[in-house]
Design a protein around this ligand. Structure first.
Ligand SMILES: [Mg+2]
Length: 223
């Protein structure tokens, strides 16, 4: 099908649109770090603590849930606060254009219930993330990670059903999907991650990332 469509450049690009899936990290790439933004919006400074301070994610999440409980904050209050958080400047326009270039799925370690208000502002792209467990009284009682190393396994799974993937993110937990993909890029990553991964191109502007993705999708030799 690809070879047949070589006859028509536009059609070739059209076929390749369906062949590639770009897998994007959410926080730090399209929206601010949700817990930091939420900490500022809610006036609870302890919630600024991130995986950089506490590498054990389960421990960090349980600690965060304890603070929410202490302040009597249930899911509704948190969603109302998150609803005031906007995507990063230019993120929506970037997503709109990217979705004309290839298929896109957001792979995130955040939770469906937190991501939901932000997804509306990004035009409801597909997102694979985790779930909060919410009691009948609306209080968050726990959380359920879909699987360990979920971003890597999602990319592997897409490849196993015949897709090619392009991945981009800003953190340690994005490196596995970036390295597993046909093409991967760091985006607004901290200096030490960029320095530790000199083989991965690093961008700071949406226009650069978009151009690199477009080039990959359009360029047959990239396969
Ligand atoms: Mg991130």
């Amino acid at each position: 099908m690809i070879y047949f469509s070589k006859l028509f450049d536009n059609q070739l690009i059209f076929v390749r649109f369906f062949m590639y899936i770009t897998c994007l990290d959410l926080e730090g790439v399209l929206v601010p770090e949700i817990w930091i933004a939420f900490s500022e919006e809610s006036g609870i400074p302890e919630l600024r603590r991130t995986t950089r301070d506490e590498p054990d994610y389960n421990k960090l999440m349980n600690w965060r849930l304890g603070i929410l409980k202490e302040h009597g904050l249930g899911l509704k209050q948190i969603q109302d606060t998150i609803a005031k958080i906007d995507p990063l400047p230019g993120a929506k326009e970037f997503m709109d254009e990217l979705r004309q270039t290839c298929q896109v799925v957001i792979l995130s370690d955040t939770f469906t219930q937190f991501a939901q208000p932000l997804m509306r502002k990004l035009g409801m792209p597909s997102i694979f993330c985790n779930e909060l467990i919410v009691g009948k009284d609306g209080m968050i009682t726990g959380f359920k990670m879909r699987q360990e190393n979920g971003k890597f396994h999602a990319v592997k799974a897409l490849q196993s059903i015949g897709f090619k993937t392009i991945a981009s993110g800003d953190s340690f937990n994005d490196l596995a999907m970036i390295k597993q993909s046909q093409k991967g890029f760091l985006f607004r990553a901290p200096e030490h991650i960029i320095n530790d991964n000199p083989d991965v191109l690093a961008f700071t502007e949406y226009s650069q990332l978009l151009d690199a993705i477009k080039e990959t999708v359009a360029n047959e030799n990239a396969d």
